[in-house]
Design a protein around this ligand. Sequence first.
Ligand code: SF4
Length: 410
Amino acid sequence: MKENKRGISRRDLLKLSVAAGTLGVAGKATLGRAADETPENEGAPGAADESLPQVPRRVLGKTGESVPILLMGGGMGFDRRFDPKLAEGLRFGVNYIDAADCYASGSCELSVGSFHTRADVRKDIWITSKSDQHDPGGFEKTVHESLEKMQTDYVDLYYLHALKDPSYVNDELQAVVARLKKEQKIKHFGFSCHDGNVDELLQLAAATPWIDSVMFRYNFDKYGKDDLNRAIDACVEADVGLVAMKTQRSEVSFRDAWKKFEGSGKWTKHQAVLKAVWADDRIAAAVSHMDTLDKLKQNIAAALDKTELGSVDRRALETYAAVTREHACEGCDHLCGGAVGAPVQIGATLRYVMYHDVYGEEENARRLFARLPAEARELSRVDFARANAACPRGVDVARQMERAARIFRA
Ligand code: SF4
């Protein structure tokens, strides 16, 4: 039995996982133990428990690597010492951890380092991280800091985090990326994006050969998304690996909206949403915040079940999309921001409210808001009534920004 220098063996790793109460996959939809024999699983990396069914995998575009369709989101951070959710996911083949320099107020990367060194599984996991610094010098510096915090020599995929300004994708950055790849500090490169210009940025990725992958806002609500679909097609054509995030949609302050999903009873809303994303085979994988073992188990169960969503659940999602649309900001603030005539950032501000209210990341939300330019934080001086009229989705911007002003004392 192999033991690492901290004395945790693979067998111990499995025991830790079982001790956490995870004797198999459970959830609203519970599965048996039939092995996944799809060709997609061939060549999957290592520490998975071969006696358990494995989450299906897809190739992530031009990286040429297979990744599980369910990715472990680190936005809310992990247990700093040893997170049993990571160990449990690994047993079922969920070996891709999505981190960022800023997640969980900077502690996410430390937790990832702690996990893989204690469990001795670095070679068995895929680590993605991201830099909030988009200029070439800042980006390179962050990569080195990430390597140190995560106690690793390389990162499998490194993104510019939450890119908005396409001009950062330039020759100077390309040279830095090429050097980091040559030095084997990063294997693959791309960016994440979730603001209003996702379509434009996906088209940019499709036209930029050195962009390997993009992680972007994508969900079950197809309303008014023709441009997005064309941009996704362009990325598929260019072999850019696509990762979906924010799949549950940005429900600003409306936890109760979950109750409006009335499906067949086979799937929770969370599971149904993921299955709707996986039904689009242009998308390699969906990242999910799984803050509890129960949610992890439910998501694994949904990933392992190969049946498609039935008509009842598909209709329920359409209804859910329609009745919650006015609560779900899509970040397209070029539409509403121009209407108010003030340099506020409505999309970003409402996203931080969502982090505060739905994710429970109060400190992180305040920190992110505080990093907006001073003029974008002057919320109480702005009349948002015109933004209400300009929003095609019917979001009550004025009411939400009033709440943002209270939360962020702006
Ligand atoms: S409030 Fe409406 S227009 Fe403004 S960013 Fe959100 S969805 Fe787009």
